[in-house]
Design a protein around this ligand. Structure first.
Ligand SMILES: Cc1ncc(COP(=O)(O)O)c(C=O)c1O
Length: 414
């Protein structure tokens, strides 16, 4: 997005502010579909958790995407877009049987990630086909907190427990129609995807009625100029060929699915924050912005890198800064970062702020959750208002406690 347009938006809507460029979302969507264009049946289910504003969901479903959800609330949110429930997959982790049954009633594709629920669900609803999430025991992902396909991870059913899945199917008469994995996020190496895919093909072969294989997501996007990212085109070439061979072996044209979050929306997002204070200390220069990890938690939570530019003074002399927030504990966005000279009231732009930024925001320190703006064909639309004190108080119940009667001693002193 143009620097001047971003500055205008910060002036128009105030800061902090999230801005999403739908051109970039569309480019990414089309890039992924064309990388797999030799597969007859391809389905991209956008991972709602990455950025769940309903306008973004609508934009992606209009492009042809399905939706990948992890909670009944995400399913309900998705349904408000008018999407056919069949185009939603629900991949919860550790939720109750009751929630899964409620989602199943909505007509959504269920994906189960543990044997206990699989058995209970199969006993009660053998007529509803389900997908199973397999843990392929592969270490992948840019950070231990987002590596979810390894042996110690809480996600999925171990590949060593596939015989047990088959036993449950036999005993309940249920039908497995899909095989799924998701091994982590920020996975650079396409060999990791290819190795894990082989494991899924092996599992899929063991079930007769497979309609799709869902390879999850985890594609790494660039975080700054020149940064390396997953080679989607190469992955498309190699995996498509292998997938088409698998369909021939299996004797059926099944669907190849992915559920990308970051790949579709990370680079489309910019987070704008204004500098309140520039503070020179004996060790560094802090640039304090009018935000904190309450709005953008990834650096503090996952040590994530967000490129930061000073859009108010792009051609200033570069200096080194620690960019920090206003939260009452350490909330560092970047340390010792080279940025063009910062003055108080400058607007800083945090790049790659589309995925897992707004959607992880909170009201910590009773700060308001920022507004969101979406750019479509160059025009800006407010898609979420900034919160107000009314929102903070909305569900609080003010109780009129009766005052305690004072003790004798207190009465005397009074
Ligand atoms: C089950 C599942 N699918 C898809 C995704 C999206 O991953 P990414 O944002 O790396 O594309 C996640 C992310 O955590 C996930 O847990």
């Amino acid at each position: 997005m143009e620097r001047t347009q971003l500055l205008e938006l910060a002036n128009k809507y105030g800061s902090p502010l999230y801005v999403y460029d739908t051109d970039k979302i569309e480019t990414q969507y089309k890039r992924l579909t064309s990388a797999f264009n030799s597969v007859d049946n391809l389905k991209l289910n956008y991972a709602v958790k990455a950025l769940s504003n309903v306008n973004i969901l609508k934009f992606l479903t209009n492009l042809g995407a399905g939706l990948d959800t992890v909670s009944i609330q995400e399913v309900q949110l998705s349904l408000t877009t008018g999407i056919d429930p069949k185009n939603i997959i629900y991949t919860p982790n550790g939720v109750s049987l009751q929630e899964i049954e409620e989602v199943a009633k909505l007509g959504v594709q269920i994906n189960i990630d543990n044997l206990s629920i699989l058995e209970s669900f199969g006993q009660k609803h053998p007529e509803i086909p389900v997908c199973v999430r397999i843990n392929p025991h592969i270490m992948a992902g840019g950070n231990s907190k987002i590596s979810v396909g390894h042996i110690d991870s809480k996600f999925g059913i171990s590949i060593h427990q596939v015989p047990h899945i088959k036993r449950v199917v036999e005993n309940t008469g249920m039908n497995i129609n899909g095989i799924h994995m998701h091994t982590g996020s920020d996975i650079l190496d396409i060999d990791t995807f290819l190795r894990a895919s082989e494991i899924l093909f092996d599992v899929a072969k063991q079930f007769k009625n497979i309609d799709f294989i869902d390879f999850g997501s985890g594609f790494k996007v660039p975080y700054k100029e020149g940064d390396i990212s997953t080679d989607i085109e190469q992955l498309g070439l190699q995996l498509s060929e292998r997938f088409n061979d698998f369909c021939t072996e299996y004797g059926k044209e099944i669907t190849l699915m992915f559920e990308p979050g970051k790949f579709l929306v990370s680079e489309a997002g910019s987070f704008l924050a204004k500098v309140n204070v520039v503070k020179q200390t004996t060790s560094t220069v802090f640039a304090h912005v009018d935000s904190g990890f309450n709005h953008l938690v990834r650096p503090m939570m996952y040590d994530s890198y967000h490129h930061i530019t000073n859009i108010s003074n792009p051609s200033g002399k570069d200096r080194y800064y620690s960019v920090v927030g206003y939260i009452c504990e350490t909330d560092t966005f970047a340390s010792n970062r080279r940025i063009s000279e910062i003055s108080e009231e400058d607007v800083l732009c945090f790049h790659n702020a589309g995925a897992y930024c707004f959607s992880m925001a909170s009201n910590y320190n009773s700060r308001y959750i920022p507004a969101e703006v979406m750019i479509v064909d160059g025009k800006d639309y407010l898609i979420r208002k900034r919160q107000t004190m009314q929102d903070i108080l909305q569900n609080q119940v003010v109780v009129d406690f009766a005052p305690k009667s004072k003790s004798k001693k207190e009465k005397v002193t009074a």
